[in-house]
Structures are given as C-alpha cells and as structure tokens.
Design a protein around this ligand. Structure first.
Ligand SMILES: *Cc1c(COP(=O)(O)O)cnc(C)c1O
Length: 487
C-alpha cells in the first residue's frame, strides 16, 4: 500500500495557493456540523463534569491526528456529542439565543480575513462598518450627533468601560477617589460590582437600592440613596439603570432614574444588555422610553439580536468621553501633531487586537433587516406572556412575578406544599431535569428562596414546548415527594 505523502507544513496556512484545501476543509466542517445537528435529540445530554473531562484529558496533544476527518470525529466525541444546543425549543436556561445564519456567514470572513479592528491600517473598511453600526445603534437609542461607541466582548466589558468613563469623568471634575459611589438596583447585574472592584473603587462603593413589586428600581429608594450619598459628603459618580434585568426582565423607570441621576450630577449608565433588542422592535420600542437620556448604554447583540458570541457594544451620548481610554503608542497610533491621523478604534477601546464582530450584525441587517430581528424579540416576549398566563391558571406551580421581557420565574408548589419545601425542592428538580437532558431551565433566588427560571429567547419555541417543560418539572417534583414519602 502506498504511504500517503504528508502535506507540506505551509499548506495549512490560509493563502491563495491553498484555496482549494481551505474550501474543502471548510465544507467538511459544515457537513460535519449539519450531520451533528441531525442527531441532536434535546438541548443537552446532561453529562456530568467528570465524564465530560475524562476524554479531553486523555488526548495526547503531542501526537497529532494529522487528518481533518479524524480530528472532526474526535472533536465530536469530546464536545459536539454532549454540547448544549441553544436552538432547541426546550433550552430555556440562560440568556443564550439561537443564532441567525447571516451572522454565521459573516463569521467565515471575520476569522478568514482576520482583520483586527484596533487600527484603520489593519481593518480599513471594517473600521467604517463598525462605526456605521455604532452610529445606527446610537440613533435608535435616540442619542444626538455627538454620540459614539465601540464594539466590546460582552456586557461585562461594556459595563466596565462605562463605569471607567464615569469614574474618570468624576475625577476630572474634581471628585476625590475615596468619595466615589455607584448606585444600582438590587437586581442589577453582578458585573457592576465586579467593575467597581476592578476600577479600584472597592465593594463598599456600590449602593444597591430596592426594587418595586415588579422588580424595577424604586425611584423613591434611588432618591433617598442619592440624598444620603450627598449628605455624607460623597459623590454619586454613576447610577446604573437596568433595561431588562437578568432574572425578571424588568426595565427600570428610565425617565425617573435619568431625572434623579442628573439632578445629582451622576453619570447615567443604562445596562440594556438584555433589553437592547427592543431597539429593533416595531411595537415595543416605547418600553425603553428615556434611554436617550443616558450618558452610556450597553447593548448585547449576542443576546436579543441573535448574534453569535461575542457581539456587544458600549454607546456613549458624547463621544468625547471615550477620550478617557485613549493612549498613544508610538508603534500603533502615535500622536499626530498635524491632526491628519487615521481613524483608530483602539483609541476608544479597552482592547487592542479585536475581532471584527461588527460584520456579523452588518450581514444580519443587510440580509434580514432590523424589523425581522425586532419581530423575533416580540415573539419571545409574547411567548413569555402566554406562558406566564398559563402558569397563573395552574395550581401546582407558582409565579414569582408577571413576566416582563422574556423570562418566567416560577416554582413547583402544589396545594399544601409549604414555602420551605418549595424552596428545598427547586434545585433538586432543576438538576434532575438537567440530568434527563430533555430540557434545561435556570435556577435563581428571590429573597433568599430558590426558584426556577425560564429564559425564552427562541422565536421558534411554542407555548406547548415550554409548558411541556413545566409539566416535566411538576412530574419530577411529584416523583421526588413520592420517593421521600416511601423512604
Ligand atoms: C448578560 C448581562 C450582562 C453581562 O453580559 P455578558 O455579555 O455576559 O458579559 C450584563 N448585564 C445584564 C443585565 C445582562 O443580562
């Protein structure tokens, strides 16, 4: 038998000479993924960490397979076969969306051409595509012509950068570092606390204020917190309002929060990582009324815009504020005394080398249009409303609050079951459900009690799909109780 000649080491490089091999390899990859999709039988197999870790650890990385198909097969075993699939209608755990095909098409170019968006000379048209999308999103927010922004790796980074700008703005206007305070609601995202820590403000710098019955920031509590901060001689450097809280999808009263924040000289950041998709809705854009009064806004396109990870942006009302993150390096973006410098996005970003994630949103908008994306958002909001109403009519489950965006927080609690018991059972039900692999829900705590959460981001899921998960939850709860009775 003839011994196959190994490929030339350089043939692995993306290059016109290797175009045929590139196309062949990519097609094998796409075919492999399509075949894997055909085998998917649920959102997950429920594999435990131990068995998932073992085959990965067993691979000898110093002994390559030297074959595309063999590597694809191995990868399936280590990863694809037990992957969690966000397109499955019974995946209802975290804020992961099914992704749109135009964005996946863009990914081919994002990673193939591999532009880096830090400088114009590494990205050329990419810089202007990103800038157009920033302008477009800013216009949807209602910001004026001074607005600007930059794509980021996610809401965590967008929030960090927003608070960095707020901090440096406060310091530039004479506030003392030790006096700086940040105010968010108790339901704000944990990345606010994390950012405060990273920015050297300390954990005590973040003041959380109460939410109302619908889990929105209570303006009276905000007003009191701001008054206390001022009375103590401290400086409220930022108020963080959330437009779509992670658990309840609650949208803080943006008009009231803006008025109070600005009356106290605080920067207003709106964390619309989740609710930002409403900017594309033709029927619910009004839910974000007041967002245009923010100083900065976080939008996660990889949540409610159906984009693959990563795709997020920080938008600011006044682009001059981005100067707080500008640094001139002689080898990259030197100070140009003639003022004829290139448009370098690195001047606005915490990152240097940065993926051209904007191309995914661009292709999405050009192939599908924003109204279709907004329609998807409306679909999942409608779905949550329908599911919430159906749960209200049942006596074996309880709702924590009326659904607002696209989450439903509920728990198993048949007649006669105590609150304590419902709290104890919720995490047990969740792990049993996960182990069965047929559906995935999230868990959360409300006032120290465990609940279950459905996060609905799949416009193809139906109420019957989601109510089927609830039936499964109830069946598991009944089984657990019955098993305990026997014991
Ligand atoms: C998801 C989320 C974040 C964090 O965004 P990442 O993209 O996961 O970093 C921040 N705030 C809210 C309200 C979120 O839902």
């Amino acid at each position: 038998m003839a011994v196959p000649t190994p490929p030339h080491p350089l043939s692995h490089l993306f290059h016109p000479h290797h175009a045929a091999d590139y196309a062949d390899t990519m097609r094998r990859g796409v075919d492999h993924l399509v075949a894997a999709l055909d085998r998917v039988g649920g959102p997950s197999t429920g594999v435990a960490p131990g068995p998932a870790a073992k085959p990965v650890a067993d691979v000898d990385l110093d002994r390559p397979l030297l074959d595309v198909d063999a590597a694809l097969e191995e990868m399936s075993r280590l990863y694809l076969d037990d992957a969690v699939w966000f397109h499955e209608p019974t995946y209802a755990a975290h804020l992961n969306c099914p992704v749109v095909i135009p964005a996946l098409l863009a990914e081919v170019f994002v990673s193939g051409v591999n532009s880096s968006l830090d400088t114009f000379d590494q990205s050329v048209g990419g810089t202007f595509i990103e800038r157009r999308l920033v302008e477009w999103t800013a216009a949807r927010i209602g910001f004026g012509p001074a607005a600007d922004g930059v794509f980021t790796s996610g809401g965590t980074q967008s929030n960090l950068q927003a608070l960095l700008l707020a901090r440096d703005q406060a310091l530039a206007t004479g506030a003392r570092p030790e006096d700086l305070r940040v105010v968010a609601s108790t339901d704000g995202h944990f990345s606010v606390q994390k950012a405060a820590r990273l920015l050297g403000l300390g954990d005590a710098a973040v003041r959380t204020v109460a939410v109302d019955a619908r889990r929105r920031m209570d303006p009276t509590a905000l007003s009191d917190a701001l008054a206390t901060i001022a009375a103590d001689g401290h400086h409220a450097m930022a108020v963080v309002a959330t437009a779509g809280t992670t658990d309840f999808g609650a949208i803080d009263p943006l008009e009231d929060v803006a008025r109070l924040a600005h009356a106290h000289g605080a920067w207003l950041h709106v964390d619309a990582a989740y609710g930002g998709g409403l900017l594309a809705s033709t029927t619910r854009r009004g839910w974000l009324a007041g967002i245009e009064r923010a100083d900065s806004v976080t939008v996660d396109y990889h949540k409610t815009w159906f984009q693959p990870v990563s795709s997020s942006a920080l938008l600011v009302a006044d682009g001059a504020h981005l100067g707080h993150v500008t640094w001139h390096a002689d080898y990259l973006n030197p100070h140009d005394p003639t003022g004829a410098g290139h448009p370098n996005q690195v001047d606005k970003s915490l990152q240097t080398t940065r993926r051209f994630d904007a191309l995914k949103l661009w292709m999405t908008l050009r192939i599908m249009g924003p109204d279709t994306i907004g329609g998807y958002v409306d679909d999942v909001v409608d779905l949550a409303t329908e599911v919430g109403a159906a749960l209200l009519r049942r006596d074996d489950v309880e709702l924590a609050a009326d659904p607002q965006l696209s989450t439903v927080v509920f728990r198993y609690r048949p007649p006669g079951l105590s609150v304590e018991e419902a709290h104890r059972l919720a995490p047990l039900i969740r792990s049993a459900l996960h182990a069965r692999g047929a559906a995935m829900v999230a868990g959360t705590k409300v006032a120290g009690r465990s609940w279950l959460k459905l996060t609905l981001l799949n416009p193809m899921a139906t109420a019957a799909d989601i109510l089927g998960i609830v039936d499964e939850v109830v069946a598991i709860g009944d089984e657990l109780l019955a098993a305990e009775d026997v014991a």
